[in-house]
Write a protein that binds this ligand. Structure first.
Ligand code: APR
Length: 315
């Protein structure tokens, strides 16, 4: 069986969790790349050794050499620092944009045909940096955030109603951060609109918790940030690409006039398949959601400017 090659740059908590799940699904042969080569090799070996027990047969290798990513169909970037409690957004951005830009240069050189899925935060600015540095067509560079944010929302809705999260759909738009826009009007439970099942104040509480879902985990962990749900969300997107599933997912995609927005990466629903972001899907927003989306657009634009400044200052 031909298996695609999938590279994960950053073999830390998120990267290695995603790698293990991809191996279990036999999505592809995996390369874990990290500046800490021993860690990448050790985790790769450990995952490969789970294969006989879990019943998967894929190659998993670790490296610090970008030459080893040649031929990758998909490259996931998780490299960078996770958010620490109390860390300023600007500090995280300055640190991580340099890491993402360096990785992007190498990807452009060694895997010029790859699709890139960005995970490093602050997400929307990192996706934009990766696209600008690689010069790849925008549909080949996307960011994973909405799948995670909507998974959190689905979980909170399921808990509130005492039903299976599998039956809950949710859509979260906008930038990845506390300005994200959970769209309750697009959420359903077993096909029933969520707005018919929960009163407004319970919906508002769920929306608020979703907005701070990442922070809630950071506060509890004290060091590092979430990785199980982020790992699973990465796998969901990569699977849709390598198996051409054409799932509709909220994804940080490049807008060329959709939602009335030009030239910006931000979270919107899109069809994800073998062609990457194949089509952005426009959904109706209430007046209040539209205002929130516009505020989120402003925040993302500011972050992108900060990221460009940080890169110019470093070059
Ligand atoms: N090249 C390759 N790998 C790097 C580089 C680099 N220039 N800089 C850092 N790394 C690696 C680190 O060595 C580490 O193994 O990135 C990895 C990051 O892993 P963790 O510190 O465990 O962070 P993690 O929890 O996985 O989060 C990674 O995902 O969800 C986001 O906000 C999160 O931006 C963060 C990213």
């Amino acid at each position: 069986m031909h298996l695609p090659k999938i590279t994960i740059v950053g073999a830390g908590q998120v990267g290695s969790t995603a790698a293990h799940l991809m191996a279990k699904k036999e999505l592809g042969n995996l390369v874990l790349l990290d500046i800490d080569v021993g860690m990448a090799q050790g985790k790769a070996l450990d995952i490969a050794e789970a294969g006989p027990v879990e019943g998967f047969d894929v190659d998993v290798s670790g490296t610090d050499d970008y030459a080893d990513i040649a031929g990758s169909e998909v490259v996931v970037i998780t490299a960078g620092s996770p958010r620490q409690p109390g860390m300023e957004r600007t500090e995280l951005l300055r640190r991580n944009v340099r890491v993402v830009a360096a990785a992007s240069r190498e990807i452009a050189r060694h895997a010029p045909e790859a699709y890139i899925v960005l995970v490093t935060n602050p997400l929307d600015a990192m996706v934009c940096a990766a696209q600008e540095v690689t010069g790849f067509p925008a549909h080949r560079v996307m960011g994973m955030a909405g799948v995670l944010d909507s998974a959190r929302m689905r979980r909170f809705i399921a808990q509130e109603l005492g039903v299976s999260g599998k039956d809950v759909t949710a859509m979260v738009l906008g930038g990845h951060g506390d300005r994200m826009v959970p769209v309750t009007g697009s959420s359903t439970v077993g096909g029933i609109p969520l707005t018919e099942l929960l009163p407004r104040e319970r919906l508002d509480a769920i929306v608020e918790r979703t907005r701070h879902g990442g922070g809630e985990v950071v506060e509890l962990l004290k060091t590092g940030s979430a990785y199980y749900a982020p790992g699973a969300s990465i796998v969901d997107m990569v699977e849709s690409i390598v198996r051409d599933q054409r799932r509709i997912r909220p994804v940080a995609a490049y807008l060329k006039g959709e939602y009335g927005i030009e030239d910006l990466y931000i979270g919107v629903p899109a069809i994800i398949g073998a062609g990457g972001v194949e089509r952005v899907v426009e959904i109706g927003l209430t007046d209040s959601e539209r205002l929130q989306f516009d505020a989120s657009v402003d925040t993302v634009r500011e972050m992108i400017d900060e990221a460009r400044d940080a890169l110019d200052a470093g070059s």
